[in-house]
Design a protein around this ligand. Structure first.
Ligand code: CA
Length: 728
């Protein structure tokens, strides 16, 4: 059984030896039919009509104005030009190569003929949505911002916001900025957290009601108390701040809401921060003028440490409804009271009206990590229904009277190791789900996984996370014998009214992209195996498959300009699993910098011309027979490698977010290794510095990496044989 301190999996993030650039390669796109650039950009003052009403307009088909298309976040487009009869004729219309990008996980926006998107290192680009021609690039110079600092988190980001002529984006290092949509010039910028804290941003800011909101991630990186801040969309001035969990009562509570929340905590939770970080899942309800935020898991995960006498621990793992103008608390629904499994509720929050028992209900749909699908009345916050959409071994059901889960005894690893499904990857992560009001179905990129939890050997009374050292207060192991899954992922069509599965398609690879659905009852999804598929949204029948030659993590979007419907998707395997997925993720073959990242746009009239990418590539572990591995040093290196895992991969298997250290020549040579790791010589390229690291620690890391290369070489050779057989 492979036993691992999960403290090291996600956290102590580090080395990304990568290079980034601001240049786009111009695509060989065909010019617009009338020869004009349809993406003529007017100045911001003429764009004040892009307000909440415009962003909430479901009938707008020429644009994609918000992260989930409109304020409702349904990712349902009324377009029908591409339909079940012709979708098999979709062809590449234009594409943009992004040679210096790595993980691409974001949703592009389309406004008045221009497509805006964020890429690696939070670089924002504007391209003509008809031709792909690059209009401007804005580089927030994240490398400079992290210079000389230890840094946690990731180089990818899930999106941007557009509001009244301004583009809003956030950076890894915690800045939020507004750009003039016409020129890409910065209008304002704010620092949203102390840069010396072990926090980061990977989420899309949410613009609404004259504000722009952002939270942060980092619950696993150190003792952290989550919060969100809303800024004035025009000026960047702070409008309000909402803390997600209470602080130390001795310091006084910020408001009555925190005083109320504190009653659900025990012990000295504030020493651990409490957690709840809101890194994703912000929805503005333009109809009710309410903001909903999805909140994160506990800091640390193990409630026995965080809140030893129990308690629900508000507002962890909740949907919290706030007054968008003041940030005042309105109501909450907690999906996982007293969470202890990393079951955050940061997943997307989708708004629609449902007919339930003859009544129209203003509903909110939510499928968080914990495996249950929730339908909530968004006027009252009252739970309407909840059923599991995957196997859930931690809870048997949700009691509709109390609104709380009925937990399975033992699942809190009270006395023994507990095998729990879903595991911390969740039954559903940030990969967007979509809702089609015509089929009445929600389409969820679903994950199937299990884990063994135990806190044996952890001193619960003295355990304390340290900033940048991280930790979650529980051990995890992944014994395949515990794993109930027949397949690692599926595409799930879920009926929110009946609360039952309509259909499901098993998938052979983990971590597939978000979904898009249209009025012609199409459903589109990109997968981690590099394929983009179109399905019949009613039945799940596959109608079209295009192999794009590189894992897809972003959700597709659609829009129509000059009478032509387009489908666009960013192609670039990314996100947490691409960083720390280990051997399984490595075996997808999307190795660092082998496959150029792309923005690809399809239409029915496209030329279809786009060069193929190289086949999957598997970096070969370098074994130098003259390099004598010291076993003691190697085992000391095993204690240090957690700092590198967050980007270079679990078990030192890289899945493309950073170089595979087993195959890199740099760790072979001490001085260049030290230069990069300790001195930060590749800081500007995104590789954080580790200034506190001693020569001995560095040497131990070298020995550990060499040992991993040696250990994994036979398995690499096996893999090559398997691939050879498969291709013959
Ligand atoms: Ca988490």
């Amino acid at each position: 059984m492979k036993k691992s301190s999960f403290a090291k999996i996600c956290f102590g993030l580090s080395l990304l030896f990568y290079v980034f650039t601001v240049s786009c390669v111009k695509s060989p796109a065909s010019p617009d039919s009338d020869g004009k650039t349809s993406g003529t950009i007017e100045n911001t003052s003429q764009f004040s009509h892009y307000d909440d009403k415009a962003i909430a307009d479901e009938s707008n088909t020429s644009e994609w104005l918000a992260y989930g298309r409109t304020h409702s976040e349904t990712r349902f487009s009324p377009l029908k030009d591409i339909n079940m009869e012709n979708v098999d004729q979709l062809k590449v219309d234009w594409f943009v190569d992004l040679p210096m990008d790595v993980g691409l996980v974001s949703t592009p926006l389309v406004v008045d003929g221009v497509m805006y998107f964020t890429g690696t290192m939070n670089i924002v680009r504007a391209v003509n949505a008809v031709t792909g021609e690059l209009l401007w690039t804005y580089d927030p110079k994240v490398g400079e911002a992290i210079k000389g600092k230890r840094q946690v988190g990731w180089v990818h980001n899930r999106g941007i916001s557009f509001y009244k002529g301004k583009i809003y984006a956030a950076t890894w290092d915690g800045r939020l900025f507004a750009l003039d949509h016409k020129t890409g010039e910065k209008i304002w910028e704010v620092v949203t957290f102390d840069p010396n804290r072990s926090l980061y941003i990977t989420g899309a800011p949410k613009a609404f009601a004259g504000k722009v909101l952002i939270g942060n991630g980092g619950t696993e990186e150190g003792p952290t108390r989550g919060w969100v801040t809303a800024y004035d969309a025009e000026t960047g001035e702070e409008a309000w701040k909402f803390y997600i969990v209470p602080g130390n009562p001795a310091d006084g509570f910020e408001n009555e809401t925190m005083e109320m929340a504190a009653k659900t905590w025990t012990g000295e939770w504030w020493k651990h921060g409490g957690g709840g970080n809101a890194w994703h899942g912000f929805t503005y309800d333009a109809e009710l003028d309410v903001l909903y935020i999805g909140t994160g898991n506990g800091s640390p995960w193990n409630r026995k440490i965080r809140s030893p006498e129990g308690g629900d621990n508000l507002f962890l793992c909740s949907i919290v409804a706030l007054n968008p103008n003041t940030g005042e608390y309105l109501w909450h629904y907690q999906t996982t009271p007293g969470e202890t499994w990393d079951y955050n509720s940061n997943m997307d929050i989708v708004l629609t009206d449902l007919e339930i028992e003859g009544k129209t209900v203003k509903a909110l749909l939510h499928a968080p990590k914990n495996g249950f699908f929730y339908v909530i009345n968004r006027e009252t916050g009252k739970l309407i229904s909840a059923e599991p959409f995957v196997e859930t071994t931690w809870a048997s059901k949700i009691d509709l009277e109390t609104g709380k889960p009925v937990e399975v005894p033992g699942s809190r690893y009270e006395t023994d190791r507990a095998v729990i499904t879903p595991n911390p990857w969740g039954a559903h992560s940030w990969h967007a789900m979509s809702y089609n009001p015509q089929t009445g179905l929600t389409y969820i990129p679903t994950l199937h996984s299990a884990v063994g939890f135990s806190d044996e050997g952890i001193d619960l009374e003295t355990w304390q996370a340290k900033e940048f050292e991280g930790g979650v207060g529980v051990n995890m192991d992944f014994d395949p014998r515990d794993n109930p899954r027949k397949y690692p992922a599926s595409l799930t069509a879920w009926d929110p009214v009946k609360q039952e599965l309509a259909w499901s398609i098993p998938q052979e690879t983990f971590w597939n992209g978000g979904t898009l659905t249209t009025a012609s009852n199409l459903l589109l999804q990109g997968r981690s195996d590099g394929k983009l598929l179109a399905y019949d949204a009613k039945t799940g029948e596959v109608l079209w498959t295009k192999n794009l030659g590189l894992g897809i993590s972003s959700p597709p979007i659609t829009y129509k300009i000059n009478g032509k419907q387009y489908v666009s998707v960013l192609v670039g395997f990314g996100g947490g699993y691409a960083a720390i997925g280990g051997q399984e993720a490595y075996e997808l073959g999307w190795s660092y910098k082998t496959h150029v990242r792309r923005l690809v746009t399809f239409s029915l009239e496209g030329s279809g011309e786009m060069p193929d990418l190289p086949p999957p590539h598997f970096p070969k572990p370098l074994v130098d027979p003259d390099w004598k591995i010291d076993k003691d040093l190697a085992s000391r290196g095993a204690q240090e490698i957690g700092k590198c895992t967050g980007c270079h991969g679990w078990g030192v298997y890289s899945a493309g977010m950073a170089p595979d250290l087993r195959a890199s020549s740099i760790p072979l040579e001490f001085s260049s290794f030290k230069d990069i790791v300790k001195e930060g010589s590749r800081n500007a390229l995104g590789m954080p510095a580790f200034p506190d690291m001693s020569d001995e620690q560095l040497e131990a890391l070298q020995h550990y990496i060499r040992n991993r290369a040696k250990e994994t070489l036979p398995e690499y050779e096996e893999l090559m044989k398997k691939k050879d057989l498969a291709s013959n």
